[in-house]
Ligand binder design. Sequence first.
Ligand code: RIB
Length: 310
Amino acid sequence: MSDGHSRKIVVIGSANVDFVMQVEKLPRRGESVPSSRFTQLFGGKGANQAVAAARAGGEVAFAGCVGDDVFGRMMRENLAGAGIDVEHLCEQPGISSGAALIMVDEAGGNMLSIAPGANGRVTADIVRPLSSLIANAGMVMLQNEIPIESVYAAVDIAAELGAQVMLNLAPAGPSYGARLLKLAYLVVNETEAETVCGFPVEGAARAAEAAAWMRGRGVGTAIITLGAQGAYIDGPEFRGTVPAFPVSPVDTTAAGDTFCGALAAALVQRMPLPEASRFASAAAALCVTRLGAQASIPSRSEIDALLARS
Ligand code: RIB
């Protein structure tokens, strides 16, 4: 059972290699567009959140699966190099590592296609033996890029052991039903909020309704990210909008992952929710000013510097 004071963050989720093409305009169906630059970078929502939490000052362990290929070995090295505990990152034989094809346009918008590869092998059988890691976590972070049964298993184990869960329901997926009750933090964008609540969510007013709906079903703190409009937060300590930091976007990839990772790092360090949300929002703002997922995630000192000058 967690003593409630652990600062350790356990991320269970996906790791991908991102193949990124910068284009002037995203193609329409059937259209080919030239790319000005191709880059191979590290990504995957789980791994991105782990890196964001570590760079924001968190002590992080990452559990997931990579393939027995060169990308898997590179991803392990990269995560370990970020100071993340990779003891529970398994290499799966006979399957390729997760990969994402990403096109980024000049306004920073993107289009993604994801091949889960080894991320699909993060089964409930991989998650169950993580009980002692989960029991000692100050925060367990989950997303929707591994099989849903595994996310459910992790939520159930964490609830049984008294560990706090932050679920980032990205990409939008099946219903969490009664498991919403087991979530200390639910972080969603407007589209994902709509799939949870079943009504359209656009803008702060609808986000407030959606957050109230989620809290009414037992979510501890509901957070709806609103892009350039900031984030709407509804929790026991705070209810309201945390504004975004104005930036000129280069690439919005991983902005949500960065927000979640930085938020978790701040919360386990006992930063109050409004300050933690502002900290997370500053991290996300810095992320969108640079190309790539993990390549764009800021360090603690960069986040503090942005906060100090705002
Ligand atoms: O959230 C961004 C991430 O989604 C990318 O890094 C890509 O790998 C996909 O998982």
